[in-house]
Write a protein that binds this ligand. Structure first.
Ligand code: ADP
Ligand code: MG
Ligand code: ZN
Length: 439
């Protein structure tokens, strides 16, 4: 009723410092507060965390959050502590003493912990943790389960985690009374959503989807040539002096080559890839967040959970592994809503390299053919000259999009921009295409 609405807004303001809900936050919060299982699909940066953090603050009891990465967990924990919200994390690297402290708080009369972050491995491995959940449940203090990055439960997602599939037991074990589950992801084609809801036994969950259109991102594509990266980055330097960017590369070695090219051109750049040790990775990430250097040359190991609002450009020096990956990676630009630039440097040769990497990879035939198919979709995106890029991207997520809005926007994609300058261009091209297919 009206009271609940008021309480939502006053908590939003007093605890989180925000005046308005964004996207579908409010609807998702109401759904989960009513006790529904809730499945939330919102683009990265939309503010999915608030959908469970605010309910956790409003209601008594402990909210358990499953999250796949220690870095994501640490980041959230820090934010919650800054806001004065009781928050702890049970991860593998915790000392025995610190673990005991958490367990004793959870079993105390009035737990101070409102949000407990855990990795999926911890849930499948620790009988003690499950029995603490049972005790909380019996005492009416198990408020909610949260499954963040829920696409990890689907084999079709790019981050499949076997331990995520075991989370379906939560629905079975804590059913009387049912503990509401809220699952959230930014990475989900219709196929992945169906699969994830099935694997989590959340077929009956309320589904909330918000638009994946990113109006402030300009998608562009040019052929990859010797000088194209340097030229583009020089342009970025003039357009956005002192601002940050990311150049995505396919391999560690390529990250280093690109860094050298940029350094030679007088730009400050660092590399980030899985070959760096933990300490180095953290320090590169921190340095970039603090604007100590401008450009990060990274493999896709970089980015998940990184929340830097003022990234002005994302350049793909080599092909992304899938359309979804491309959407996620470019999505790290322009979180603050300001115009930002996303460029793909395309060469067909790179798709051959990528396919070779997949063919050499150690996996099942099914997964391999899925990856190969993903690359084909990326190639189709790149070779496309007539369909709006925004349209192609969001339609991949099952959304309908009218390309007129890209055409009329301040940041039209390269296809729409060409169309706008010369409406005949595409028709001419279409004609020649037809001619080709007739031959
Ligand atoms: P997601 O998980 O969807 O990628 P996050 O939950 O990490 O996004 O939120 C991204 C950023 O948006 C965070 O900095 C968060 O504080 C901010 N944010 C969330 N909700 C709001 C809101 N209603 N108003 C303003 N900022 C918000
Ligand atoms: Mg998130
Ligand atoms: Zn367009």
């Amino acid at each position: 009723g009206a009271d609940m609405n008021e309480e939502l807004y006053s908590t939003l303001k007093s605890k989180f410092g925000f005046n308005q809900f964004r996207h579908r936050q409010k609807q998702c919060i109401l759904s989960t507060l009513m006790g529904n299982d809730t499945f939330v699909l919102m683009p990265t940066g939309a503010g999915k965390s608030l959908c469970y953090q605010l309910p956790a603050v409003i209601l008594p009891g402990v909210t358990v959050v499953v999250s796949p990465l220690r870095s994501l967990i640490e980041d959230q924990k820090m934010k919650m502590k800054e806001l004065g919200i009781g928050c702890e994390a049970l991860t593998a690297d915790l000392s025995a003493g610190a673990q005991e402290d958490i367990y004793s708080d959870l079993t105390s009369e009035n737990p101070t912990i409102k949000l407990l972050y855990v990795t999926p491995e911890k849930i499948s491995a620790s009988g003690r943790l499950i029995s603490v959940f049972y005790t909380l449940h019996r005492r009416g203090l198990l408020a909610r389960f949260v499954i963040d990055e829920a696409h990890c439960v689907s084999q079709w997602g790019h981050d499949f985690r076997p331990d995520y599939t075991k989370l379906s037991t939560l629905r079975e074990k804590f059913h009387n009374p049912p503990v509401p589950i809220i699952a959230l992801t930014a990475t989900a084609t219709p196929k992945i959503v169906t699969d994830a809801r099935y694997n989590l036994k959340m077929q009956n969950s309320k589904l909330f989807i918000s638009s994946f259109v990113r109006d402030n991102l300009k998608y562009d594509l040019i052929p990859k040539a010797a000088k194209s990266l340097i030229n583009v980055v020089e342009k970025m330097k003039q357009l956005y002096p002192g601002k940050s960017g990311i150049v995505y590369c396919l391999s560690r070695k390529e990250c280093e080559t690109v860094q050298m090219m940029l350094t030679k051109a007088g730009l400050s750049a660092e590399v980030y890839h899985a070959g760096l040790n933990d300490g180095l990775r953290v320090s590169v990430q921190k340095g970039w967040l603090a604007n100590k250097f401008d450009v990060i040359c990274a493999t896709i190991a970089f980015g998940m959970g990184i929340d830097k609002p003022d990234v002005r450009f994302v350049i793909h020096y080599s092909l992304p592994k899938s359309i979804e990956g491309y959407y996620q990676e470019t999505g790290r630009a322009g979180r603050d809503g300001m115009p930002s630039y996303c460029l793909m440097l395309y060469s067909y040769h790179d798709s051959i390299r990528l396919r070779r990497m997949i063919e050499e990879g150690n996996t099942t035939t099914g997964v391999r053919s899925m990856h190969l198919n993903n690359v084909l979709q990326v190639v189709a995106y790149c070779e496309n000259v007539s369909v709006c890029r925004r349209k192609m991207l969001v339609e991949h997520f099952g959304e309908v999009y009218d390309e007129q809005s890209c055409r009329n926007s301040k940041t039209p994609c390269d296809v729409c921009e060409r169309q706008r300058k010369n409406p005949e261009a595409i028709r001419l091209f279409d004609v020649s295409n037809d001619a080709l297919s007739i031959m």
